[in-house]
Design a protein around this ligand. Structure first.
Ligand SMILES: Cc1ncc(C[n+]2csc(CCOP(=O)(O)OP(=O)(O)O)c2C)c(N)n1
Length: 625
């Protein structure tokens, strides 16, 4: 029964609810989120942790005039449900359904599109500047987690906001967790504040408090500024934020709606940049998620009663787990190997490496730029760092890859997991740009394995070569091929010809080698013979092979799970044009549009990457000639 929730169509209705009704609404929201995510998968634990915070914010501030920017947006399911999407919530993350993150085109209440971490303070500050230029008076808030606060952009924005002094509120949702346990000195600092007594007062109150201490207080206030500052940072948790120009409020119990409402009412009346520190529990109210918040951060389908994940049995190992064990094996032989992750030890498989080689493992927080330059530093000092990032998040580190790694030709191995279409997380998370943003960087080598065994072998080879290497591989299970325990050579820059027949050649990269092979089999059934090449290297291209194929084939078909613009097919086209080779080339890949959410297979279909669609393109090409 959702007696209250059923009647909520917009957040302003919350203002009329009593505390008891809001608490009941929290129960109803929790039940709906658990029931839905059990069926769709999604970001359960973060969203369960912010229900009371959302209710307090939306019952105090005037939404939509006041604007709230959610960082990452994976904790915003209550926001979605309360802002007119209750009925459609069951379609969460499905193709054509509502998205897993706030998205401007989906709702006017989604004031800023998110998905990558640590952007909320910048975006909200931009809105506060625009408001002031336009003479507005509404409130602007950013809500970010302690994990997101490990990202450099969050600090850049805090630094700027503290200096500008604009009316502007940052809510720090501190649950001690990133996806895994949060890391870093800031996280330690927040932990110290958590054990500090609840203070809940703004700067002026502190002065009042000091004055009320007979003699001593007054003296302290009159003494030189630095002493006053010193006393303040001892007495007031959050002194660091105060030093940066923010008024610090907290730490507050983020599940106590009444307390939060009271504080937000006060905060609404305060001037300047304010940071409200709330403590929440990730997974709050659902025991399996409270006990294992990392597992329930982003979760697949599960049994809502037991919390047991609905995993398909008998699946081949994932690319992530193959990478993980290969690196552990290689590190046993080479003591110089180190591993770096940016807040994704579980997601990238490096958690297992950490257990075996804790002193050679580094989780830098959500700081992809730092991760890459840190690795460049290690490489410059003789280590063999492997940086494991998701392809989409490596976009953050473009300049570091170019300027710090490749320009100096340093032997850093970048392992780009979730390359290609990732599925339900949608356009913010697809890893379909890496071939394009890496290919034009001098000194870079780019490889993509056709299956999980080749990933193992490529990692071994990459660590033999003393140069920058990017290795990209997809999300999910491998193909179930036999794994070779021993490592063997991958000839540098050489493609692998898988089959040689007919006058058509498929030039395929990574995940698309299997799809192209299946397309070739389908065409063979109709009497159209074709050759299939596993390119292995997007850079350098196997130019000798391309020349030979150009001379002997009627046409070439490039297939890649990357945007066509600047990707592998473009590389082949450039080579053919520059070498005055005039064989026709059909490029198959992702067009010039952001790809929405859906299962990986549904998205392959949207982009024309299924084997039968590849075969159809070839048929049409033959017909049109
Ligand atoms: C640039 C970037 N790197 C990595 C991620 C993956 N990621 C999504 S949520 C998250 C942890 C966020 O922690 P926090 O901000 O504390 O929010 P919580 O989930 O704890 O509520 C990470 C690392 C991301 N979204 N963006």
């Amino acid at each position: 029964m959702r007696q209250i929730l059923e009647h909520i169509e917009e957040p302003r209705q919350l203002k009329k609810l009593s505390l008891g009704q809001l608490e009941q609404l929290a129960v109803e929201l929790r039940a709906l989120i658990i029931e839905t995510v059990a069926k769709t998968g999604g970001h359960l634990a973060p969203s369960l942790g912010t229900i009371e915070l959302t209710l307090a914010l939306y019952s105090v501030f005037n939404i939509p005039e006041d604007k709230i920017v959610w960082d990452v947006g994976h904790q915003a399911y209550a926001h979605k449900i309360l802002t007119g999407r209750r009925e459609r919530f069951g379609t969460l993350r499905q193709k054509g359904g509502i998205t897993g993150f706030p998205k401007r085109s989906e709702s006017d209440y989604d004031v800023f599109g998110v998905g990558h971490a640590s952007t909320s303070i910048s975006a909200a500050l931009g809105m506060a500047i625009a408001r002031d230029l336009q003479g507005g008076h509404n409130h602007i808030l950013a809500v970010l987690g302690d994990g997101a606060l490990t990202g450099g952009e969050a600090f850049e924005a805090l630094n700027h906001a503290g200096d500008l002094g604009k009316n502007f509120i940052v809510v720090l949702n501190d649950n001690e967790m990133s996806i895994d346990h949060n890391v870093g000195a800031m996280s330690e600092y927040l932990a110290r504040m958590r054990v500090a007594p609840q203070y809940n007062r703004a700067k002026k109150d502190i002065e009042g408090l000091l004055k009320s201490i007979p003699k001593i207080g007054d003296t302290v206030l009159k003494t030189a500024g630095y002493i006053k500052e010193g006393v303040r940072s001892v007495l007031v948790p959050g002194g660091l934020f105060e030093e940066m120009g923010f008024t610090y409020v907290g730490p507050l119990d983020g599940h106590n709606i009444e307390l939060l409402q009271e504080m937000f009412r006060q905060v609404r009346r305060m001037e300047g940049p304010i940071l409200v520190h709330v403590r929440t529990k990730k997974g709050k109210g659902y025991l399996p998620a409270e006990l294992e918040p990392d597992k329930f951060h982003g979760v697949g389908k599960f049994d809502a009663v037991t919390g047991k994940l609905k995993k398909k049995d008998g699946m081949p190992p994932s690319y992530t787990s193959v990478f993980s064990s290969a690196l552990i094996d290689l590190a046993a032989k080479n003591r110089d190997i180190t591993a770096v992750t940016a807040a994704m030890p579980s997601g990238t498989g490096l958690k297992a490496f950490k257990e075996v080689y804790p002193e050679r493992f580094f989780d830098v927080g959500i700081a992809e730029e730092h991760a890459v330059t840190l690795a460049a530093g290690m490489a410059a000092a003789g280590k063999r760092p492997v940086v494991a990032l998701y392809s989409t998040f490596a976009q953050r580190a473009y300049d570091q890859i170019l300027h710090d790694v490749c320009l100096q030709d340093l032997p850093v191995v970048l392992c780009l997991d979730r390359a290609g279409l990732v599925g339900e997380d949608g356009p913010t998370h697809h890893g379909v740009f890496d071939l394009s943003y890496l290919r034009h960087i001098p000194n870079m080598t780019i490889m993509a394995p056709k299956d999980e065994n080749e990933l193992r072998q490529m990692l071994g080879a990459a660590l033999q070569w003393k140069r920058p290497v990017a290795l990209r591989y997809p999300r999910g299970a491998g193909l179930g091929v036999t794994m070779e325990a021993d490592f063997h050579d991958i000839p540098y820059g050489k493609a692998e010809v898988l089959s040689r027949q007919g006058k058509i050649a498929f030039l395929a990269v990574g995940s698309m080698v299997d799809n192209a092979s299946k397309a070739a089999i389908e065409l063979a059934g109709e009497g159209i013979a074709s050759s299939v090449v596993n390119m292995r290297f997007v850079k350098p291209l196997d130019e000798a092979l391309l020349r030979e194929l150009a001379a002997n084939m009627d046409f070439l078909v490039s297939v890649e799970e990357n945007v066509l613009a600047g990707g592998f097919g473009s590389a082949v086209a450039e080579f053919l044009a520059d070498s005055a080779l005039s064989v026709p080339l059909l490029r198959i890949g992702i067009g010039d549009a952001f790809v929405e959410q859906g299962s990986r297979t549904e998205l392959w279909e949207c982009c024309g990457l299924l084997p039968e669609q590849i075969a159809t393109r070839v048929r049409l090409f033959l017909k049109d000639r």
